[in-house]
Design a protein around this ligand. Sequence first.
Ligand SMILES: [Zn+2]
Length: 495
Amino acid sequence: MIDADVVVGLEVHCQLDTKSKLFCGCSTDYRNDGPNTHVCPVCLGLPGTMPVLNKRVIEYAMKVAKSVNCTIADESEFARKNYFYPDLNKAYQITQYDKPLALGGYVEIEGDDGKERKIQLTRIHVEEDPGRLVHMGNAERGRYSLVDYNRAGIPLIEIVSEPDMRSPKEARKFLNKLRATLEYLGVFDSEKEGSLRVDANISLRGSERVEIKNITSYKGVEKALTFEVTRQKNLIRRGLKVERETRHYLEARGITQSARSKEMENDYRYFPEPDLRPLHVQSWLKDIVLPELPDARRERFVQQYGCSLNHARTLTGELKMANFFEAVVAHDTGVCSLAATWIADTLAGELNYRSMGIDAVDPIKFGGLLALLKEGSITDKSGVEVLREMLDAVKQQKVPEDPKTIVNRLDLWKISETGSASSGVILPKIGQISLEVVIENVKKANPKAVDDYHAGRKGALNFLVGQVMKETRGKFDPSDINRYVTESLGDTLKK
Ligand SMILES: [Zn+2]
């Protein structure tokens, strides 16, 4: 739904996937280790320590900036953002303020109206992540909190968009595109917990702007914004004013809640970081080489494999899915169109349902399934059944069987057409019962539907076909069943 009155802007914080932290040599690979094990005097902010800039972080940030068409500033500068909070051991965060690394740029998305839209960016800057508080109990009533500085000093980039999105859905598309781009660049791992955090600004035209802080999931952004649109519209409908404020998103309850206090920009007393020199990195740009990015790969999938635009968009929207598709068709270029449909539509849905990643699927076994579908040995419905068997096996940490083995075990081989009822040829058999008998049984059990059909109600045919399909457990093509049932009903009419 396009809502002309909704205005959304996002600030996206992404952890860059470097080996060491932004200003010290501590490892960034902290997630499976105990608290406060990846720390040193620098990232603990002990007096007398000096930050040393990790060059790789700037290279990664420049890659991102180049990929989304930003201009790299001639001079950029780090600044101290001063505030006190237990997760910020120095009592200031090193970030960039009035001289960010990169300016402008845009991310192209498919807008709600179906047309390509450029979402303009304001800036990209580099900063350090603070530590992490672990509240014992809950944040309001817990007796105490623990602090873990493993995350302190992890490199972040903040990508700030203009208020250019027109709906919560566009905000989600923007994020998806950004995530895909960062993954293609190899600078970001979206699967790491907490690797992406979003602050969202939202207003209804003519009303005050509300900021929602610290949303930690992709789905959360769309949900929080959708909640805010409804809340703000309700206020206006009741003749009340939307307050300019900061709100928190409570993920578990799916609502936003007013934050009690709000720092203003000037409360942070920004000033240039005296321990780091200004950056002049324009000349590095020529050495920043970009890989194939999502848009280019999407175009290639259309040209090279004949994918539909929609399928190409879905397949290339995630690096792993795009790689999986190419691994499958590398073995058999004859299955391109089947592979596109089955991966983008069926497999994606089945994986999502099971909260599984596409890494769980073996492209060769998946290709084996497509081969069976391509040669017409099983119906689409049986194909889904085989796929589910394969995924459920992985879910139970078993090695999935070969598709053919599954088809044998479940007796899913399609019975092909051997003739038609009217020609007197015996219909294909399911076990020992012929399709003809099944159809007769269904007709006997549903006399009203048969009468309805002869009274000219076509819906009755669909019902009867559905009943026969149910009885024959997907072993026949629906189009074959449709024809047999129609012929059979025609005979009844003659009698
Ligand atoms: Zn350190």
